[in-house]
Design a protein around this ligand. Structure first.
Ligand SMILES: *[C@@H]1O[C@H](CO)[C@@H](O)[C@H](O)[C@H]1NC(C)=O
Ligand SMILES: *[C@@H]1O[C@H](CO)[C@@H](O)[C@H](O)[C@H]1NC(C)=O
Ligand SMILES: *[C@@H]1O[C@H](CO)[C@@H](O)[C@H](O)[C@H]1NC(C)=O
Ligand SMILES: *[C@@H]1O[C@H](CO)[C@@H](O)[C@H](O)[C@H]1NC(C)=O
Ligand SMILES: *[C@@H]1O[C@H](CO)[C@@H](O)[C@H](O)[C@H]1NC(C)=O
Ligand SMILES: *[C@@H]1O[C@H](CO)[C@@H](O)[C@H](O)[C@H]1NC(C)=O
Length: 313
């Protein structure tokens, strides 16, 4: 990745309008963008919505063995009173997820591992991974809504969906948790939206299911975005000039759900709430000539960076 970053910095700005890493940027001319005014978020608001989810999402980059024993170094030490329950995936072809019980919040946490920026950009933009129908047998209530989702994200989601859901249902029963927080960064954020919908469908309505993502790519069409807005509710954070939230492009039919919070500058304290889907004043309106892969990793607010470098193993 370092090699790619330095290559990028050597390119004259004009050449960046050509696809980079297979990156396929959208012309910003879609009627479904909103330009509604943003509003400032206080650090307390950001903290209460995003801090704990970010800490759990960061742990998902550590080794499976160290998560099982909750001894992954600083990322695990930042979260106390945690009981590991289950993990799945193999940190290779199938990304890792884990389920843990967070006693301080009396909640289950489901966290999906992400992937490196180069990989998420190429997966998101791979023409073979176009929009395909949502698996209606998983989400029967969506029959007739013509929802389509990114085929690569759905395939990846399906590989662990059954085991993950069984783990959540037994975890709720064994712990008495009243909430489920589904979190992830990058590819992990895309998976979290699907997992959140799955869990919400399956558990008692009294269980509060939340989905929180960081560096989230677009995952489906307008009908999927509308379904997430009405049935799930996703909060996601985009950091400055991260290109990942701008792919796959809108002109291929992709649309973000609402719930974006955008980090405006490197101070990490200028953070705004972006009403509507694909708000032009936030990541969707980014200048395609000025992308930062580093912004995808962080730091996000509170100096929080994703990736395995902070894990002890
Ligand atoms: C915009 O949104 C409306 C309703 O949400 C939808 O019917 C329409 O297809 C969308 N247009 C595009 C270009 O995605
Ligand atoms: C953020 O929230 C945590 C509790 O989740 C609290 O301990 C911490 O002091 C808060 N930090 C800020 C800067 O508000
Ligand atoms: C969390 O751990 C602290 C000690 O680290 C302990 O005092 C507290 O009771 C624990 N809380 C729960 C809910 O287990
Ligand atoms: C669709 O969901 C069902 C579970 O409802 C699952 O058994 C099936 O494998 C899924 N189909 C695909 C193509 O992933
Ligand atoms: C779904 O697509 C079919 C066929 O194109 C169309 O007849 C139907 O009205 C669409 N349904 C919705 C909810 O958009
Ligand atoms: C942010 O974290 C990095 C290392 O992760 C550290 O070097 C730096 O001092 C931290 N900055 C602040 C303001 O805490």
């Amino acid at each position: 990745m370092l090699a790619l970053l330095s290559l990028l910095s050597l390119l004259p700005a004009a050449t960046l309008s050509a696809p980079i890493f297979g990156l396929n940027f959208a012309p910003s001319t879609d009627s479904n963008e909103t330009t509604a005014a943003t509003s400032a978020l206080s650090l307390d608001q950001v903290n209460s919505t995003f801090l704990r989810p970010a800490l759990f999402a960061r742990v998902a980059y550590c080794s499976s063995a160290s998560i099982t024993s909750w001894s992954c170094g600083a990322p695990c030490e930042a979260l106390t009173n945690i009981t590991f329950l289950q993990s799945g995936g193999n940190q290779g072809t199938v990304p890792l997820y884990y389920i843990a019980y967070d006693a301080d919040e009396n909640q289950l946490v489901v966290a999906h591992e992400g992937t490196d920026p180069k990989e998420i950009l190429s997966i998101a933009n791979d023409a073979e991974f176009g929009l395909v129908p949502l698996n209606v047998s998983r989400f029967p209530e969506t029959a007739g809504q013509n929802i389509t989702v990114h085929s690569g994200f759905q395939q990846t989601f399906e590989r662990t969906a059954d085991g993950l859901l069984a783990g959540v249902i037994s975890g709720l029963a064994s712990t008495g948790a009243t909430k489920v927080a589904v979190v992830g960064h990058s590819l992990g954020a895309a998976l979290a939206t699907m997992t959140g919908a799955l869990i919400k469908d399956a558990v008692d309505p009294s269980v509060d299911v939340s989905v929180t993502g960081f560096g989230l790519p677009r995952g489906g069409n307008v009908a999927w975005a509308d379904f997430l807005d009405s049935g799930v509710g996703v909060n996601y954070m985009s950091n400055q000039n991260d290109p990942v939230p701008t792919v796959p492009p809108k002109f291929l039919g992709f649309q973000h759900s609402s719930g974006e919070a955008h980090i405006v500058d490197a101070s990490q304290t200028n953070i705004v709430s972006c009403p509507g889907q694909d708000n032009e004043n936030c990541a969707t309106g980014n200048n395609v000539l000025d992308v930062s892969i580093q912004n995808h990793l962080g730091p996000y607010f509170d100096n929080l960076t994703f990736g395995g470098s902070q894990c002890s193993s």
